[in-house]
Write a protein that binds this ligand. Sequence first.
Ligand code: ADP
Ligand code: DP6
Ligand code: CO
Length: 357
Amino acid sequence: MAEWIHTVTARTPTNIAVIKYWGKRDESLILPVNDSISVTLDPQHLCTTTTVAVSPSFDQDRMWLNGKEISLSGGRYQNCLREIRARGEDFEDKEKGIKIAKQDWQKLRVHVASYNNFPTAAGLASSAAGLACLVFALAKLMNAKEDASQLSAIARQGSGSACRSLYGGFVKWIMGKEVNGSDSLAVQLADENHWDDLVIIIAVVSSRQKETSSTTGMRDTVETSILLQHRAREVVPKRIVKMEEAIRNRNFSLFAQLACADSNQFHAVCLDTCPPIFYMNDTSHRIISCIEKWNRFEESPQVAYTFDAGPNAVLIARNRKTAALLLQRLLYFFPPSADTDMGSYVLGDKSILKDAG
Ligand code: ADP
Ligand code: DP6
Ligand code: CO
């Protein structure tokens, strides 16, 4: 058999939800109980870089995450691989003597090496960047012609939040109505240039792996929380409409009020789960108090906060001047040190999807 290797490398940023996804109505297709809206972050600081390779000498699909081999046997990885394989097209690289017919993708095995430049499984949406990057890289490798929205529906089957990382700027994941999930995909609400003033600072309170993964946590919530039903049916649909309006009009007061309230309700739903899930810690709570006091002292909110399934704070300042003040306050009240339980600060501006392929 001819010895060749065909590789593609892609880089994908993570995204942080300002109206959260938490709860699935279909576990295997990953269909959510509500719409969600996110901001895609700057790939310089928070991104996944994934290299996918195919060669006739590979005898099984294998993957390495941050240098350690992980199993690809989970349904999510298999679903993404199967979907992209089915959409692969003919590929030829005359220089390297590579010729792959579309039906060959079913037989050829892939090797994947992925690296996150930020903490994995610590509540900074590594599954979002990771699975979006995997799907994007595989699609390039196999010459699949799907557009970003079709790829988002495939990435969704890897990790729900991943569907929003296929676009930069502000992104909405439409929950969809179809039982087969065909209309559950991401759309871009506004690109990264739309609201230039915003500055995002991430306080890495802890880079340790969380005890309860997002998947397990939200499964327990769906099974046991009464508050979740109210949130998904009554609260989120109204917030989605208002958040879209806030983004469209660059209305920071409305944006901050909605983002903070939604983050707090998501964590309330986690507490309403049996057994309760504690994603935030004391430092997270102190950061919230600090921002709340500041916002109440000013005429209108200056900083929005949101916490995913982990203790780390994503802080969104209304402009550069506020961001400078924010960083000053953070460094004063929460200096990075072992004693204060504060790791480091990362700048995470809005971004566009960059293709390193
Ligand atoms: P997070 O808050 O970081 O998204 P999750 O519990 O949602 O945490 O998901 C973490 C899991 O996502 C990891 O244990 C791993 O299985 C998967 N994951 C993270 N990064 C990648 C990556 N780059 N490529 C593939 N899978 C990844
Ligand atoms: C709190 O997308 O990580 O970050 O679909 O099971 O992989 P799975 O879960 P995941 O959940 C993300 C939850 C969240 C909120 C959000 O990103 O919308
Ligand atoms: Co995740």
